[in-house]
Ligand binder design. Sequence first.
Ligand code: ADP
Ligand code: ZN
Length: 290
Amino acid sequence: MIIAIDVGGTKISAALVKDSKIIEIRKVESIVHQDLAYLASYLINLCEGWTEQAYSVAVACSGLVGTERVNFLSANDSLPLKLQLETGFGLPVVMLNDAAAAAWAEYSLRPNPLDSTLVYITVSTGVGGGIVQNGQLVMAADGFCAHIGHMSVSRPELPAIECHCGRFNCAEALASGTAIANQASSIVNKAVSCKTVFNEYGCHPEIVQLLEQATDAIVELIANIKALTGTGIVVLGGSVGSTHLFQERIKKKLKALPTIYQVELVAPVSGEHADLIGAALYADSVIGCG
Ligand code: ADP
Ligand code: ZN
């Protein structure tokens, strides 16, 4: 069995996984924003009693996940997490970005045989993604790779919006749940979440325009990704990306793109534990089945 761990900003999950099935799962609050120095021991404690049954550890983690280190952008700090966990667990450890893990789950679990290239986009608190190119997950040693939310998109005649990464008009700055909530809050003059915007302000003319701009940004992003990877399939997930409104608007707008930019846009199939299952499947593919 594999111990799979999903380290997010608000929660951390760990599971024993066998043949892409979760056998047992535990969830705790994240300490990424408080106690990074204790993260490795926190993760090892969470998995107490599992080590004897496991032959490897697969970690899906938010941030810049390199081969050896993780750079937790929101905490502005990095850790040699692979070595810390290998020492603590006494098992081989494979780490990857959480959206990359979900991309691998989507690639591995699609019901019908597919092309060997697939791109996964998640639109949620931020905009993230993962790229499987010719059967390989695209990664970089320092972890800054396939962070497609930080690809900038064109937005003619609209004011540029600065992204927290330091550039302008990144897809994340225009279309993430956070970006939609921020812009909507100044339109309606009170603090609203993206979920509230979708549920309660769908008919407000300026909000309709805002959601048009957000979906335009994702369509631009998809066109850029198609030009880069040649993918025929884009999986659009995340709390915002999975909404009917987002899926339908984006599908409609994609059809208006020139033929070479056409992709099949699909909803995810790998479920709520995509990060855990994807990480476990990926660890199996790189270090074998024990
Ligand atoms: P996570 O980033 O862990 O997926 P959540 O799913 O709780 O976190 O929320 C992420 C973002 O998605 C928030 O901006 C939230 O307002 C938005 N969101 C969640 N559910 C919906 C929904 N049904 N419709 C639109 N936006 C949503
Ligand atoms: Zn950015």
